[in-house]
Design a protein around this ligand. Structure first.
Ligand SMILES: C[C@H](O)CC(=O)SCCNC(=O)CCNC(=O)[C@H](O)C(C)(C)COP(=O)(O)OP(=O)(O)OC[C@H]1O[C@@H](n2cnc3c(N)ncnc32)[C@H](O)[C@@H]1OP(=O)(O)O
Length: 720
């Protein structure tokens, strides 16, 4: 049961938070804390109080589960802030926080309310509430600026980025950093020193020495607001956070606390908060696979990986591995390609050094983990192979047959194919249980998602080991079933196809891109097509069309771009034209291609006006077919749960996290509405092959009819 414990020794009451694994502030922990504080403040044998966390961790903040269970901010109100002021910051006896490992969110706010803080090396301090769609609610908007200065506090809150012990010491967020074994003693001594008047008792809420003068503070806040509107124009809660900070600066910390409560409640009422909390838990639940992670197996460590192919993908995968300390054997077909592959890994590492993300010596150490190879010598030593050769079934089949001969009998054999059936890839082997897809997204050392594609034959152990690898190389894994496009590319195929259809219907591609970016995607479908390359688009599109001909729109414009060598960014022209710095601009030369595509499609006559469609119509025309395909993927069991698809869409395609992922968003819109709109378009195109593109699938229809949530999963919506 979550709670607190109190132990009084030599005049100091040590109160520890207990709620494994991260001592989150569950209401019963807060209740226990306040009860113990009241007791300690009243007891004559207590001179001072130390607050710490059990099991080597201080606290990761308010219990986020409460936001799911209780609506409207999980029951956070101004009574908690009053207790922080009256029992921790300004009670009769001084308080010191003894912090290990982490003080995040409410945990950091708790530490800030104490009169001093001591921590262990490596501890992180931060207020990451904004990443959950809320703002700090236990006084962080007031106490952090008064501790580290406004500029730094605003940066920490708006970016949700924690700082480490050394930086915290420099900024005055902690008073001392001591080894773990000395933490409690140091904190107790500091508390007694404050009680004895040997050390000043700091009540942060009333401090002004670290705050910039009003004339300096207001421009900082103004600039932060401008930047927020520019970078996160869909989000309100960062502005609410700035409102609370500003109010406190103008009216004092105590009034600021009141404003913080109001702003917190306003943020907590928004869908953004619900969506981001959903993503927080969904991201953690992708690692829990029924029948695999609960099967009592232990993951085998992967220390050596062979990567086949040193192209963009292979070199990115190799980079991700060496960054995690994994040895890599990079194989290429000839010395020239091998040198190019090694060069790419080196330049990935150099770029990290330039950005200050790693030291030169760390980059050198990482590069030393890579060994080049032109044949399969050395493959007998690897724990796993990731094949990233060209997308050709025959070549892949030969490679896998060779891998079975050269690798250990327990080595995992994976392919990074984005389109080819995994069973086909392994067809010429006798070890289907060791074969799976490890589908990385480009650039593989940066993109956070790893689709782990299992076939019916892939063993639990192999899936478990690959899950472990994903954690090691800092990727979020999503385990998916084997089908064309797997989860991400399959669900997203209607995205580009619907956008191309709109162009063929007479709409301007640049308007479409603007609307889709306005929806929250990092870029519109045409800008994305240019980034990926029209040649890649054509190749992937062909696979999709071959697999799902009854619901595909063969986008002629992509073919025309290929014919005219307008492959996108890499060739300087695609839907857009690009300058030397790869900045995109609309291109008038695209017009003849668009006209040709429209002529071929026969959906629009140049002499008539384009159809009248609002921005919302356009967004729905593009995203609702994507939802429809997502429903099929859930229904077919390609993903284990809808939340996995949400994570895959956010991390693989940049679907806005603040909308909670594809299916979470679709449920907010409503299955019934989506189904009606799709049926309307299917009707509009009835008699033409396009009707199939929009036809609602059985799962969506059943959800709409029965009023069940799309996220409820397979079986929830009976198709009868
Ligand atoms: C009023 C206040 O201002 C409001 C708040 O405090 S809101 C909360 C603010 N705090 C945060 O946002 C921190 C969220 N947590 C994290 O960033 C990371 O979990 C962490 C850095 C603490 C630990 O990361 P890591 O070691 O990779 O472990 P991770 O898998 O993320 O978490 C371990 C478990 O703790 C849970 N957890 C982490 N923080 C939690 C929290 N604040 N509440 C409830 N559960 C939490 C996770 O859900 C996970 O549970 P699981 O094992 O059942 O899946």
């Amino acid at each position: 049961m979550p709670g607190t414990q109190m132990d009084v020794q030599n005049g100091v009451a040590v109160i520890s938070l207990h709620n494994p694994p991260v001592n989150a502030l569950h209401p019963s922990v807060l209740q226990g804390l306040f009860n113990h504080l009241r007791e300690a403040q009243a007891r004559p044998d207590v001179k001072a109080v130390v607050i710490t966390g059990a099991n080597g961790r201080f606290c990761a903040g308010f219990d986020i589960n409460q936001f799911v269970q209780a609506s409207g901010g999980g029951g956070i109100d101004d009574r908690i802030n009053e207790s922080f002021c009256d029992l921790i910051e300004s009670g009769p006896k001084p308080t010191v926080a003894a912090v290990q490992t982490m003080a995040l969110g409410g945990g950091c706010e708790l530490a800030l309310a104490c009169n001093a803080r001591v921590c262990t090396p490596g501890t992180s301090f931060g207020l990451p509430e904004l990443q959950l769609g809320i703002i700090p609610g236990f006084g962080g908007t007031q106490r952090l600026p008064r501790t580290v200065g406004l500029q730094k506090a605003v940066e920490m809150m708006l970016t949700s980025t924690p700082i480490k012990d050394r930086a915290a010491l420099k900024l005055g967020l902690v008073d001392a950093v001591v080894p773990a074994a000395q933490l409690l003693e140091a904190a107790k001594q500091m508390a007694l020193d404050i009680a004895a008047g040997k050390r000043a008792r700091v009540q942060t809420l009333y401090r002004t020495d670290k705050l910039e003068a009003l004339g300096e503070a207001l421009p900082i806040l103004h600039f932060a607001r401008e930047q927020t509107v520019k970078r996160a124009r869909h989000l309100t809660h960062p502005l609410l956070c700035l409102d609370a900070i500003q109010y406190g600066i103008e009216h004092g910390g105590r009034a600021g606390l009141q404003k913080e409560v109001e702003c917190f409640a306003a943020a907590a009422a928004l869908d953004t908060h619900k969506a981001l909390v959903h993503i927080f838990f969904a991201q953690r639940s992708t690692k829990k696979i029924k029948g695999v992670t609960d099967a009592g197996l232990r993951p085998r460590p992967i220390k050596r990986v062979a990567v086949l192919g040193g192209g963009l993908m292979g070199s990115g995968i190799a980079t991700a591995c060496v960054l995690a300390g994994i040895e890599v054997l990079l194989k290429e077909v000839n010395q020239k390609f091998l040198d190019a592959g090694l060069g790419r890994i080196q330049s990935n590492l150099t770029s990290r050094v330039k950005k200050g993300r790693m030291t030169e010596s760390a980059a050198k150490a990482a590069m030393s983990l890579v060994q080049g190879a032109l044949d399969y010598t050395g493959f007998g030593n690897v724990d796993m192979v990731v094949e990233a050769a060209i997308e050709d079934v025959k070549i892949k089949q030969e490679i896998f047959a060779e891998l079975e001969r050269c690798c250990r009998k327990d080595a995992i054999l994976s392919t990074n194919t984005s389109t080819i059936n995994i069973e086909l890839v392994g067809a010429k082997t006798t070890c289907p249980d060791r074969i799976l897809g490890a589908h990385f997204f480009s650039p593989a050392h940066i993109m956070p998602l790893l689709e782990i594609v299992r076939t019916n034959a892939t063993s639990k152990q192999v899936i478990l080991d690959t899950l472990e690898l994903s954690t090691k190389i800092k990727k979020t894994p999503v385990v998916v079933g084997n089908c064309t496009g797997f989860a991400v590319n399959r669900v997203f195929f209607p995205y580009t196809q619907a956008a191309c259809m709109l162009v063929d219907m007479g709409l301007d591609p640049y308007r479409i891109d603007k609307i889709v970016a306005g929806f929250g995607m990092p870029m519109g479908p045409f800008r994305l097509s240019d980034l990926v390359g029209a040649d890649v688009g054509l190749h992937v599109g062909k696979n999709i069309i071959d697999s799902f001909p009854e619901r595909s729109y063969p986008a002629r414009i992509i073919q025309l771009l290929n014919e005219h060598k307008r492959l996108g960014e890499k060739s300087g022209r695609g839907f857009y034209k690009y300058d030397a710095r790869r900045r995109a601009a609309p291109d008038a030369d695209l017009v003849p291609l668009v006209q040709q595509s429209r002529k071929d499609a026969g959906l629009y006559k140049e002499s008539s006006p384009p159809p009248k469609m609002s921005d919302q119509d356009i967004a729905e025309f593009i995203f609702f077919p994507v939802v429809n395909e997502g429903c099929r993927v859930i229904d077919e069991g390609i993903v284990e749960k809808a939340a996995d698809l949400d994570v895959a869409m956010v991390m693989g395609m940049g679907f806005p996290a603040f909308r909670g992922g594809l299916i979470f968003w679709a449920d907010l819109v409503g299955a019934d509405y989506i189904c009606k709109r799709l049926s309307g378009w299917a009707q509009q195109f009835s008699g033409s092959p396009l009707a199939g593109f929009f036809k609602p699938c059985a799962y969506l229809e059943a959800s709409a009819r029965q009023g069940t949530k799309l996220s409820a999963g397979k079986g929830a919506a009976s198709k009868l």
